[in-house]
Design a protein around this ligand. Sequence first.
Ligand SMILES: NC(=O)c1ccc[n+]([C@@H]2O[C@H](COP(=O)([O-])OP(=O)(O)OC[C@H]3O[C@@H](n4cnc5c(N)ncnc54)[C@H](OP(=O)(O)O)[C@@H]3O)[C@@H](O)[C@H]2O)c1
Length: 173
Amino acid sequence: MAEAELNSREKRWSLKGMTAVVTGGTRGIGHAIVEELAGFEVAVHTCSRNQKELDQCLQEWKNKGFKVTGSVCDVSHRDQREKLMRTVSSIFNGKLNILVNNAGTTIAKDAVEQSPEDISFLMGTNFESSYHLCQLSHPLLKASGNGSIVNISSIASIVAVPQSAIYAASKGA
Ligand SMILES: NC(=O)c1ccc[n+]([C@@H]2O[C@H](COP(=O)([O-])OP(=O)(O)OC[C@H]3O[C@@H](n4cnc5c(N)ncnc54)[C@H](OP(=O)(O)O)[C@@H]3O)[C@@H](O)[C@H]2O)c1
């Protein structure tokens, strides 16, 4: 392949210098997404509910040379989501390339045992938070001229999994 064509491809497929928000980045899948994006030289902002764990992760990422910032946010609360996106806008100068709605949870119970609070909690954390963060991110994604949203769903939304009726509904949504 000619060198000019190779350079052009590398430029088109590069994430270098882009900005991303990954919710729930201190453990599990979110942690891996933060590291993967940061490894591609993306500036990442992440959040979780636990300041101590977040600070530990931020220190580890700093030691690895990654550009990752973080703030405490419980994504199930509307006002905290608004605060998160104000912080993100300030750090990334109003421009965002990637939103990853990863933070999510479940309560394993038989369908008939799930309480009204369980329904509100799971729909609020898994569905409403993602929807609202998409809305809040919209102006920033548009301003970047190159915005993408990734919602982490689940196989549970299409295959029956015991004790996961509300989780399945929230992930399908
Ligand atoms: N693991 C699986 O097999 C699997 C399969 C399919 C889909 N998924 C989906 O993938 C996503 C990640 O799953 P995981 O297994 O990696 O989860 P995990 O290991 O439990 O990690 C969840 C992360 O999200 C954060 N988090 C949870 N609730 C939050 C909230 N209300 N506000 C802010 N941060 C919150 C947690 O930190 P704090 O608790 O400190 O806030 C943690 O950093 C979820 O959406 C899950 O539904 C997982």
